[in-house]
Design a protein around this ligand. Structure first.
Ligand code: 1DF
Ligand code: MN
Length: 347
């Protein structure tokens, strides 16, 4: 695969992960001490400790934000990667100072790496939502001093979702800086995970999507876009299944609002489908599947669906080729691979 845009578009990959050594070491310490939740124990018990070929490859690739990653991007025809600290970031850490230190140093490291490869790497800010005010300041620093183009939060923070009022400083900082929020998956919290864990379905196979789709839905139904009408929220994995649910979501949501069945289910200015078409952006991370991409383009809009590889978790040349071969108009393919990312990340 070739970089350089000879097909009429650059390939910009929008959900690409890196890790820092001290982040992984903190996870391993939590696993040893037994302070990690069930999801982290499942996920990082695997990536941090399994000797399998997959985990060794993933770990090596996560920790490299230099020549090895560039070589992989060149081999797969990826012109630019939008990088974020891998899930679940520092969100599971119980020691606030440690969480903030690791996030801040990861941001400094990423900014330096982006400066070293300015044509290839673009950064997103990592935050520690455990401290919403610090996170708001770090979002401002990321946008104004480090040159980052968005913020990634890995779904819930120790079981709490971003619609809780205490997280509002984060949304104020996003509004102030005009940056998009990428809600990346995490394993479901202990309050949700058991039936998935017992069946081996807690991770990227299913649990990620259940938790993250619900997270976005909670933000929508509690009115985040009425409070922040210009906010753009990105989710991967073809919208974490929400596009396929949309008809039923709107029908049953409106029925629930009319019957005043729940205190928190209040009337909204728009329908869920309308918010999806004005405030939600979707990447195809993990889903190189033409029917899903075209369905999302149809119901959410061709300006709102962007390409992602999900490096280093899903590195498949055949998937890049499948997306190159999407049976869609060339203008729409260019939006998908390049110009939607340029527009929404303000590159
Ligand atoms: C996995 C998948 C892990 C994704 C990830 O971060 C991740 C996985 C820890 O396969 O276990 O970002 N993903 O987005 O699909
Ligand atoms: Mn991912």
């Amino acid at each position: 695969m070739k970089t350089g845009g000879d097909r009429g578009y650059l390939r910009i990959a929008t959900e690409e992960a890196f890790a820092t050594r001290e982040q992984v070491d903190a996870y391993l310490r939590m696993l040893r001490e037994g302070t990690a939740d069930k999801g982290m124990t499942s996920l990082w018990g695997f990536y941090g400790q399994s000797p399998s070929a997959r985990t060794v490859q993933v770990m090596e690739r996560l920790l490299d934000v230099g020549e090895r990653r560039i070589a992989d991007m060149d081999a797969h025809g990826i012109d630019k990667a939008i990088l974020a600290l891998t899930a679940p970031g520092v969100q599971p850490l119980h020691d606030l100072d440690e969480a903030k230190d690791i996030a801040r140093r990861a941001n400094d490291f990423l900014a330096e790496r982006c400066a070293a490869y300015p044509d290839r790497f673009i950064g997103m800010t990592a935050v520690a939502p455990q401290d919403p005010h610090w996170s708001a300041e770090e979002i401002r620093r990321g946008a104004r001093e480090l040159g980052f183009k968005g913020v990634q939060i890995n779904s819930h923070t120790q079981g709490e979702y971003l619609d809780e009022a205490k997280f509002d400083p984060i949304f104020r900082a996003l509004a102030e800086t005009g940056q998009p929020l990428y809600i990346h998956p995490s394993t479901p919290p202990d309050s949700m995970i058991d039936p998935m864990l017992e069946a081996g379905l807690d991770g990227a196979v299913f649990g990620f999507g259940v938790d993250t789709g619900m997270h976005l839905l909670r933000l929508i139904t509690t009115g985040i876009f009425d409070r922040y009408p210009d906010l753009q929220i990105m989710v991967g994995h073809m919208g974490e299944a929400l596009p396929y649910w949309l008809y039923r979501l709107d029908y049953m949501h409106q029925a629930g609002v009319r019957s005043q069945r729940y205190e928190r289910l209040k009337p909204l200015k728009k329908t869920i489908a309308e918010y999806m078409r004005s405030n939600v952006l979707i990447t195809n991370s993990g889903v190189a599947w033409e029917p899903a991409v075209r369905f999302a383009q149809q119901v959410v809009g061709e300006d709102r669906i962007m390409y992602a590889m999900d490096y280093p978790y899903q590195v498949e040349e055949a998937e890049v080729r499948a997306m190159d071969n999407l049976d869609i108009a060339p203008e729409i393919k260019k939006k998908f691979f390049q110009t939607n990312a340029e527009r929404w990340f303000k590159l």
